[in-house]
Design a protein around this ligand. Structure first.
Ligand code: FAD
Ligand code: SIN
Length: 537
């Protein structure tokens, strides 16, 4: 049987997967699989930067406090403390790897400001931090001989005991993944001592998103199917300021623009954030996105304005070269006229539940980055804490695995010999596919109409019924059909939509990013995480 065996299988090549690969390569052979081209990831589009304590006026307690406040009472204190305290060392490692962060003449980081932060702490490379992080990490790992990176390889399913051709009862554990080589159209098992999911978020479950096409929630969906605990999926973060343009191009206008003094205005020019929060334009993201949503609903307008025209022109062009150029290419000179903006789906605050070493409830399966729920984001992520979380917990996964190796616990379980070939046969029915592919648009529309920034029980129940119908159709089609990237992504997005709706229905309060008109005030605070698992297993 054709199969690949490796020490560590990493699924995803964004910041979390690549940093983890870099660390794990010190004590084993690493295979990274990635769905499309190696750079294609949310990471590649990150603008603002990485939040970390470097300013003389700042300290870890302040960063922890800002994170917890943004998180609306749901951040896990231990993981938050770990992220903040270990962050600066990881940021310095990125610098050593070759990320060209902006510094002043004396080598100190130039630190930006973003919403919810009371101190300047955003380490950045102009407004293209993610692209520089991705480029530096890819260059670094390509120079390491025991890391292999396979593009156009899509994780279909995690391999767990129910796949094995053996009757012996065993605990749930992960032996690797069935992987579709999308260029050859074949599915082969990748068997590993440890499997690390680093598949990122799921912004594509909504019509308007800042995320690229790869963000289809594959990691959460496959971990759920395999029996992992899925946490707090109701908290989907909408970024307040995505460019609104008739060409419909999705492009983020970084929160750092407001950090530099950008002001949100109604179409008539009135600034409105002072009516919503004492931190005004730099309030936490959930509050700003909801305020914009409210303003648009009140006025019937399709967008609001982000005004930078009062700021120093050369400074704006120097600090935000990509935003300046992008807007200019669409006919908007941001130094002369305000930018039309709308909120867009941006970040999955929930995910696969992990401990502070990235371990899930499935033995040998780790999760890191946006796919994971380490507890640091609670009900609403603080700006620029995501890249930070990715590198901090990637490092901690490598520490944990290194300790297992030292203790003699790092080996392939004997049951791995029973892993069967992928036995799925089917027919490609292109005619039917046309019907099924309409489901994708329908899922996105349902999620945007009923499960967006403002929710209600009525809307959620309606979404649930419709998503369940689509889920059954897709499941039936999947069982009869040769798999493709499109079908896998559709199947996963439907699963993600269902998990978000189920979680939202379970939370009987408004908190952070989950705002329900049925519970407009925080009257009956539960402060509990929402946990879901696959009851069909
Ligand atoms: P990603 O970077 O998304 O990487 C996921 C990888 O998994 C990709 O390589 C993908 O192809 C692969 N993959 C997915 N499914 C499969 C599959 N089935 N099989 C194989 N491979 C698969 N955060 C900040 O902290 N600061 C910022 O300034 C910031 N700005 C942002 C701006 C934008 C426009 C966006 C979209 C996000 C921003 N974020 C920011 C959030 C942050 O970029 C992401 O949360 C973070 O980069 C996620 O990293 P990751 O490695 O977990 O996932
Ligand atoms: C931004 O630059 O506004 C994005 C920051 C983030 O998502 O953390």
């Amino acid at each position: 049987m054709k199969k690949v065996t490796t020490d560590f299988l990493i699924i995803g090549s964004g910041v979390a997967g690549l940093f983890c690969a870099y660390k794990l390569s010190a004590f084993g052979e690493v295979t990274i699989i990635t769905k499309k081209f190696d750079y294609e990831s949310n990471t590649n589009y990150a603008q603002g930067g990485i939040a970390s304590v470097f300013a003389k006026t700042d300290n870890a307690e302040k960063h922890i406090q800002d994170t917890m406040e943004a998180g609306a009472g749901l951040c896990d204190p231990e993981s938050t403390r770990i992220m903040v305290h270990e962050g600066p060392a990881r940021v310095r490692e990125l610098l050593d790897i070759g990320v060209p962060f902006n510094t002043d003449g004396e080598g100190n980081f130039e630190l930006g400001l973003e919403g919810g932060h009371r101190e300047n702490r955003i380490v950045h490379a102009y407004d293209r931090t993610g692209r520089e992080v991705e480029r530096a990490l890819l260059t670094c790992i390509k120079s390491i001989s025991n890391i292999k990176i396979l593009e156009h390889h899509n994780c279909v399913e995690l391999i767990t005991p129910h796949h094995l051709k053996t009757n012996s009862v065993m605990e749930n554990r992960c032996f690797g993944a069935y992987v579709l080589n999308t260029r050859k159209g074949e599915v082969i098992p990748f068997v590993a001592k440890k499997t690390i999911l680093a598949t990122g978020g799921a912004g594509q479950v909504y019509l308007h998103t800042t995320n690229p096409d790869i963000a289809t929630g594959d990691g959460v969906a496959s971990a759920y199917r395999a029996g992992a605990r899925i946490k707090n999926m109701e908290f989907y973060q909408f970024h307040p300021t995505s460019l609104f343009h008739e060409k419909g191009e999705s492009f983020l206008i970084s929160e750092a623009v407001r950090g530099k003094g950008g002001i949100l205005r109604r179409l008539n020019g009135e600034a409105f954030m002072k009516e919503y929060h004492p931190m005004e334009d730099l309030a936490p993201r959930d509050i700003v996105a909801r305020a914009i949503d409210n303003e648009m609903k009140k006025s019937g307008s399709s967008h609001v304005l982000l005004d930078t025209t009062h700021l120093v022109k050369p400074e704006i062009i120097r600090y935000f070269p990509s935003i300046y150029e992008k807007c200019k290419s669409l006919g908007i000179d941001i130094t002369e006229e305000p930018i039309p903006v709308v909120p867009a789906a941006h970040y999955m605050c929930g995910g696969v539940e992990t401990d502070v070493y990235g371990r899930t409830n499935i033995r040998d399966l780790y999760c890191v980055g946006e796919v994971a729920s380490t507890g640091v984001h609670g009900g609403n992520r603080l700006a620029s804490n995501s890249l930070l979380e990715g590198v901090v917990f990637a490092h901690r996964i490598s520490e944990n695995i290194y300790n297992e190796k030292l203790n003699g616990h790092l080996h392939l379980p004997s049951e791995a010999t029973y892993i069967p070939e992928w036995d799925k046969e089917g027919l490609k029915n292109t005619e039917e596919w046309v019907l099924i592919s309409h489901n994708l648009h329908e899922v996105k529309s349902i999620m945007s109409d009923y499960v967006g920034i403002v929710r209600s029980n009525l809307r959620l129940e309606r979404a649930k019924r419709r998503i369940h119908l689509i889920r059954e159709e897709v499941r039936d089609y999947y069982n009869r059909t040769i798999i493709s990237n499109q079908l896998l992504e559709l199947r996963n997005l439907v699963q993600i939509a269902d998990l978000i709706v189920q979680s939202a229905l379970l939370r009987k309060e408004s908190r952070g990013l989950h705002y329900s008109t049925d519970y407009p005030e925080d009257r009956n605070p539960s402060r509990k995480d929402t946990i879901l698992w696959n009851e069909e297993l």
